[in-house]
Design a protein around this ligand. Sequence first.
Ligand code: AMP
Length: 279
Amino acid sequence: MLVYSKIKSLKDNISSLKKGTHIGFVPTMGALHKGHLSLIKRAVKENDIVVVSIFVNPTQFDKKEDLVNYPKTIDTDLSLLKSVHCDIVFTPTANEIYDNNISSQDFDFDGLEFQMEGKFREGHFNGVGTIVKRLFEIVTPHNAYFGEKDFQQLQIIRKMVHKNKMPVKIIGCEIYRENDGLAMSSRNTRLSEKHRKAAPFIYKTLTQVKSKFNTESISEIKNWVIEEFKKQPLLTLEYFEIADEETLKPATKVDAKYKYRAFIAVFAGKIRLIDNISL
Ligand code: AMP
């Protein structure tokens, strides 16, 4: 496994590959867990070589505190990556990526960026678009793997690739969960013991939403979720939404022609957790 922190060294390696070598790419912010590894294992199966980036992208954080406290476990990350047969790891600094000008480009994602996370995390998706576009230009992957854990992000990247006719296939991968249902996240390690114990309630609620979806109205379900979280002293609901999977617009009634998903953001203490489920 090769580890590069400089763009030029990585690009030199990639341009030396035999023509037709299929490159799979998994962008991450490190603090790797089994959720990340499930994406990487799939990339290893489906490509000739796999590049994983570890880069805590400053432009996608709306809160400085969250950026500063983002967990960093580079040594463990590298041994995990080796164990799943990753070929190349890219670990650039912010100045290397942004050429000493750490700022985001402005994107138009046809409105996807104004829903849910977009309402609560200002500038987040411009930051995501900027870094993913930059990494795609550097790595030139054939296939890029993203988790459905960040479903809005996945749809936004699909939109960016489609609008800019980028030659990369975006592959969405299922959410990997702890045994108690909590979606794996690098942020979970920052939960206190009591918040960690309370957090599986998020997925439990989503599974109940799924079973209510066929029999109850959307507004009934939304009110039910709000009331359920009021009974949870350790969890604060930021938003709950049922939305069309393609447009991410909130659904008011169900039309059998479209696919829907429930999306949720919850604070467990100071830690913000997101999750979603297909309905
Ligand atoms: P992050 O390091 O949080 O930016 O995540 C890197 C990639 O891993 C993103 O595409 C995430 O959606 C994906 N990912 C994170 N957690 C999970 C999970 N529990 N299951 C599946 N994919 C995940």
